[in-house]
Write a protein that binds this ligand. Structure first.
Ligand SMILES: Nc1ncnc2c1ncn2[C@@H]1O[C@H](COP(=O)(O)OP(=O)(O)OP(=O)(O)O)[C@@H](O)[C@H]1O
Ligand SMILES: [Mg+2]
Length: 332
């Protein structure tokens, strides 16, 4: 069964063709570069960019996959969470196409898409697993009983992990979005150079990153230019260590307390090299296993949306054409 996935929740226009929820035939991703000059995503500009590129991206996704619209059996599009304008562009395109071509349509929760990236790529992943979703807008620890059945164990009380990476990158003059750049720089630095605070260490599975961001800001304000330049990599590594340590500590604890053997990470921050390495190592100590998606399936992409749409369709059949864009859609 061939699914066309459509993702436009933020600043990536993406379309993918995925066979049987497992085999990616194409996954075209266009990141809107226009926002770098503003230092963050401008919603109205993002909507207009999606409008301009959505049709060419659609054609490219089909041609790269070597299929025609007639061979598509399901159209899946992100309905939320995300920016309402950008969501509406992808969702309306998907509904129009599905309606005109008499193809079943299904609306997808973007966070379910992120966690589905692991199911897509790892056939031996236990349907019952623990997942840490760490993206630009979310940080949540979720027990997945099986696809579609979730218990949210904890989430962030303020900023998301990816947001903290982006804000610190901005403070350090590394551009936007800067998570990957912090990761790259941190590889050359000493993570023990400065000890930034680890917040809410004891508070169950909840997270908080806004205090850390402020701590980095205050620390940078006190530094002279020469010291900053000499120790940039050390500062990036020390900040990254503070985020990663907390994420790993709570995830490993949850896996032990809930007695779950398979753990996944997903979302943009799951591409972080230190998070992947430390989490793998600490889970191994307690006889548990970590799975993570390829970097291209960590950040926003339509292949994960096609996969999630296909798994939902297998469970519940087609969705409703009346599905609306829901900016604050919850995972349930
Ligand atoms: N190697 C990396 N290390 C740390 N952070 C990273 C890395 N690569 C990407 N990121 C961060 O991942 C985030 C983007 O991830 P993603 O595309 O999943 O978020 P989003 O779609 O904007 O948010 P959400 O999925 O919550 O709506 C950005 O904050 C980015 O800085
Ligand atoms: Mg995302």
């Amino acid at each position: 069964m061939m699914t066309l996935g459509i993702e436009t929740s933020c600043d990536e226009t993406s379309m993918a063709v995925v066979e049987d929820g497992r085999r990616i035939l194409s996954n075209i991703i266009l990141s809107q570069m226009i926002h770098t000059e503003f230092g963050g995503v401008v919603p109205e500009v993002a909507s207009r960019e999606h409008l301009k590129t959505i049709t060419p991206i659609y054609r490219q996704a089909l041609s790269k996959a070597g299929v025609s619209l007639k061979q598509i059996n399901l159209i899946a599009a992100t309905m939320g969470p995300g920016l309402v304008g950008p969501l509406l562009v992808g969702l309306s395109f998907a509904k129009g196409l599905a309606f005109a071509a008499h193809i079943p349509f299904i609306a997808v929760n973007h966070m379910e898409g992120h966690l589905a990236a692991n199911i897509l790529e790892h056939p031996d992943l236990d349907p019952h697993h623990l997942t840490l979703i760490v993206s630009g807008g979310h940080t949540m620890l979720v027990e997945v009983r099986r696809f579609g059945e979730y218990e949210i164990l904890g989430k962030t009380k303020d900023d998301a992990a990816g947001e903290a990476f982006d804000k610190v990158a901005k403070l350090m003059g590394l551009g936007y979005p800067g998570g990957a750049e912090v990761d790259r720089l941190a590889r050359e630095g000493n993570p023990q150079y400065y000890r930034f605070p680890r917040a809410m260490r004891k508070e169950g599975y909840y997270f908080s990153f806004s205090g850390l961001k402020t701590a980095v800001s205050l620390y940078l304000n006190k530094l002279d230019r020469a010291t900053f330049e000499k120790h940039q990599a050390d500062i990036a590594a020390s900040f990254q260590e503070a985020v990663v340590e907390i994420l790993v500590e709570k995830t490993v604890r949850a896996a032990q307390e809930k007695n779950i053997r398979h753990v996944t990470i997903s979302g943009g921050v799951a591409a972080n090299s230190r998070l992947r390495n430390l989490m793998t190592e600490k889970l191994k100590h307690v006889n548990k296993y970590l799975f993570y998606p390829s970097p291209v399936l960590c950040t926003d992409n339509a292949a994960m949306i096609a996969a999630a749409g296909f798994y939902r369709f297998e469970k519940e059949g087609p969705g409703e054409f009346i599905s609306e864009a829901v900016p604050y859609l919850k995972l349930q």
